[in-house]
Design a protein around this ligand. Sequence first.
Ligand SMILES: [Zn+2]
Length: 293
Amino acid sequence: MCGAPFPEQSRVVGKRLNSSQGLNPREKIGIATTVVRCNGCGLLCASPLPIPPQIEIHYDIPPESYWRDPKIFAISPGYFSREIEMARMLLGSLQGPPRALDIGSGLCKTFYILQQAGFEVWGIEPSPTFREKAIQQGYASEERLKPCSLETAEFPPNYFHFITFSAVLEHLYSPDYALRKALSWLIPGGILHIEVPSARWLPAKLLNIYYRIRGTDYVTHLSPMHPPYHLYEFTPKSFYRHGLRAGYTVAHVEYRPGSVDFLRPLILLLRPLMHLTKTDMQLVVWLRKKSTP
Ligand SMILES: [Zn+2]
């Protein structure tokens, strides 16, 4: 992201197993990969980075088994409304409805809400099962929801006013490539909304300390070899520095608490401190494409 040479400008933070590690990873059977932190921007990534022969292997499964909680299919009141408000504020006044692209539409809840809010919406979703579920739920139309990945998707250059990547970038093998491709579809001055896992999540830091006390070098960051297949964790600096190279500015940064079932009491307890120290689970950045390259 920041252009710092790899691996010279990075350091090993620990190892990550190919399954949930629990409180006693020493007892677990599995294989591990190293997790490294970039000295330039604090980005966390797996190295070596395990890559499946086809990316679809990870996501071409019934949505019910990727998201086990059936409540996930329903749209809760107020879903994505703050984001729409922020997008409208950053875009300012436009002639006609804003054109939006939802990358990695998943179950298309964002797609649907954007459409309800008056955006002209397109989406891309490479998983046939997720796409089918979204169309079946009535959240997206077949024509507007392209059955492809970001890598193979094609749209006219300088076309969209707003592009959203919610919980997508951390799954992609090259966030740099993904951001540049998305930017090429955005009008100059257009807005890119991105939500990713933060590399500075406080409960992760505490769990890492616990693993150290137990005499292991495991860390709780990322999930490069098991669901949800997170390959990266980001910092605001990752985007500030990447923007200098890729032609965008960071218009706004915010944090979201996120949730993990088995850590719920700890997260509730730490909430005020996380808010104060900007160490929440999710990092949200709003990027603006520069008018001149
Ligand atoms: Zn970096």
